[in-house]
Design a binder for this molecule. Structure first.
Ligand code: F6R
Length: 243
């Protein structure tokens, strides 16, 4: 794992956007794996700026998002589908048919997961997968459990994730309790991974992530087994002992 400590959230966002832009320049037909949540919002803003000011071209880019709540309507402003349109897709020249998210409206979530995994495989695989990390160590919605699932699956969200995500909803009772998520194996198949970690609330999980073990208690720790992971952290997420 390559660790880069940035001064603050803005620096993480800029560097993250530069890494993605470099990938897009290197291969204009890149397959990007994308995440939602608060952490990548600044990075998406910078990518939109790069598109508007410097013509960063998304016309041949394909995207696969990590996860989506289940069940949820795409039109709901809490869906990840809405989030991605709002933060990135509506502001750049990506083709709608090249955008993929697990379908939170599917009547058959098990079939949806198999189809999503197949589409990913047929695409040739993700070139760079953007990840955030949950305060409990989850990546995507692979929550700490005795066993982690390899492939895309329907999962139950833990109380700590429901609590953390309640900030996006009027009432904690409105937070969906399930999600469709790429599995740990799906994520590990990406050719490279960009993990963004910002904010003091992530410092305890950063400490666990760099404690020198791989454990299903911290699903992100499996990333230590991937040959090409870059972790961008801000100062707030890193305590003195983790430097
Ligand atoms: C989002 C996702 C989640 C988030 C994580 C951190 O698509 O898969 O794993 O990356 O919950 O969320 P934030 O960035 O809001 O702290």
């Amino acid at each position: 794992m390559k660790r880069i400590i940035c001064k603050n959230y803005d620096e993480v966002s800029l560097l993250g956007a530069e890494i993605l832009a470099k990938q897009i320049h290197k291969n204009p037909q890149s397959i990007l794996g994308l995440a939602t949540g608060s952490t990548p919002v600044g990075m998406y803003k910078k990518l939109v700026e790069m598109h508007k000011k410097n013509g960063l071209d998304f016309s041949q880019i394909t995207t696969f998002n990590l996860d989506e709540y289940y069940p949820i309507k795409k039109s709901s402003d809490q869906s990840y589908d809405f989030f991605m349109r709002d933060n990135l897709f509506s502001h750049v020249n990506i083709k709608p048919e090249n955008i993929h998210l697990p379908n939170g409206e599917s009547a058959n979530p098990e079939e949806e997961c198999i189809a999503y995994e197949q589409m990913l495989a047929e695409s040739g695989g993700v070139d760079i997968q953007v990840l955030g990390i949950g305060v409990n160590g989850h990546i995507g919605f692979n929550e700490p459990e005795d066993e982690l699932k390899l492939a895309t699956h329907l999962t139950n969200l833990t109380p700590s994730t429901i609590e953390a995500n309640a900030r996006f909803f009027k009432n904690i009772k409105d937070v969906p309790t399930k999600a469709l998520t790429m599995g740990i194996g799906t994520i590990m198949k990406s050719k490279s991974i960009l993990l963004l970690i910002t904010g003091g609330n992530k410092a305890p999980v950063v400490k666990k992530l760099f404690s020198g073990v791989v454990t299903t208690d911290v699903p992100a720790s499996f990333l230590h087994l991937h040959p090409d992971v870059t972790v961008l952290l801000d100062e707030a997420a890193v305590t003195a002992e983790n430097r």
